[in-house]
Write a protein of this length. Structure first.
Length: 147
């Protein structure tokens, strides 16, 4: 997976999808799509319907600290930086940088990650926005707590 970056304004307006994440099924779908795009071979999903809690873990490539700082903001993606990238990105499940932002808008999103080959893992709680060092295996764990 590439480096997570903010999309240029010229690309944002062309790509806007109007994605809304409004139920647990859609949240799980988007998180699993992210895992698949990250090259995960093992994905674990836990859902507690009564408490609106979702946990998705994978053994994908993980996210660097710099990428995690941006993660959860609208129009932040690792797959597209220019309109010309759209054809290549269409082979991925997601590429607009909207799903995690939409999930974070309606819930508390807690992400633990460690990029492959990196010594440290990190944690970010989206409503707080601070990235902390955290011990984790390579890959990612995403927790969603409904409001």
């Amino acid at each position: 997976m590439g480096i997570i970056k903010r999309l240029p304004v010229s690309v944002r307006s062309t790509m806007r999808s109007g994605i809304l994440v409004f139920d647990l099924t859609r949240v799980v779908e988007e998180l699993v799509f992210n895992s698949l795009d990250a090259g995960a071979k093992k994905i674990s999903v836990y859902v507690a319907v009564g408490t609106c809690y979702v946990k998705v873990s994978d053994d994908g490539c993980g996210i660097s600290r710099d990428g995690l700082v941006l993660l959860g903001e609208r129009y932040v993606t690792s797959k597209v930086q220019h309109l010309a990238d759209m054809d290549v990105a269409s082979g991925n499940f997601g590429f607009r940088g909207e799903a995690l932002s939409s999930i974070a808008d309606v819930s508390v999103l807690d992400v633990l990650t460690k990029a492959r080959g990196r010594p440290n893992g990190y944690r970010k709680v989206m409503k707080v926005g601070i990235v902390h060092d955290f011990s984790i295996s390579a890959g990612i764990e995403v927790f969603v707590f409904g409001n």
